[in-house]
Write a protein of this length. Structure first.
Lengths: 114, 112
């Protein structure tokens, strides 16, 4: 079985400040890890993913996440947030063997304060 | 290139009724998964369809059933609706490249 824990349900941060959204996972096998973003009344958009190789992965809009196998973590960071980053962020995990179900965390609401 | 399309966008049903939600996957994708997202929660896996067969299933009762058609589109059926079935139902498609699913905008189901 696999599980995901997002330690913070809400994270308020001032505009242009850095942010870290924490994610820890549990799995007995190799995993793929994802961060999805959900804007109000919309579906989920893939922000970035770790499949293999470099443990640091980056998105096109300045977010990055680092896979840490020893700490079973995949924290999401951005050095300077914008108002438009206000959304809910979901960390997710799936087994790396074939098409497996994706298990999501409970989400972290990022609120960027002007 | 169209992404994942879900219909309808919103739906209101009465307790005890049946509902059918529809999903067209992204072009080139052959696998469809359905998720239920209750208010304030993360999405919960319902089931996954591949080659018109249910390949995996989450912890949902038999009232939840599905179907995949030869063109890879899919339906989610829920019978004997309960108030607790009120949620956003998300369809996700994948295919070829491993990892990462493309999600639709969802169907908001309200059971009254």
């Amino acid at each position: 079985a696999q599980s995901v824990t997002q330690l913070d349900s809400q994270v308020p941060v001032f505009e242009e400040a850095p942010v870290e959204l924490r994610c820890n996972y549990s799995s007995s096998v190799s995993v793929y890890l994802f961060w999805y973003v959900q804007y109000p009344n919309q579906g989920l958009q893939l922000l970035l993913k770790y499949l293999s190789g470099s443990t640091l992965v980056k998105s096109i809009n300045g977010f990055e996440a680092e896979f840490n196998k020893s700490q079973t973590s995949f924290h999401l960071r951005k050095p300077s947030v914008h108002i438009s980053d206000t959304a809910e962020y979901f960390c997710a995990v799936t087994h790396s063997g074939g098409y497996q179900k994706v298990t999501f965390g409970t989400g972290t609401k990022l609120q960027v304060i002007p | 290139d169209a992404g994942v399309t879900q219909s309808p966008t919103h739906l209101i049903k009465t307790r005890g009724q049946q509902v059918t939600l529809r999903c067209s996957p992204k072009s080139g994708h052959d696998t469809v998964s359905w998720y239920q997202q209750a208010l304030g929660q993360g999405p919960q896996f319902i089931f996954q369809y591949y080659e018109e067969e249910e390949r995996q299933r989450g912890n949902f009762p038999d009232r939840f059933s599905g179907h995949q058609f030869p063109n890879y589109s899919s339906e989610l059926n829920v019978n004997a609706l309960l108030l607790g079935d009120s949620a956003l139902y998300l369809c996700a498609s994948s295919g070829g490249q491993k990892g990462g699913y493309t999600f639709g905008s969802g169907t908001r189901l309200t059971v009254v």
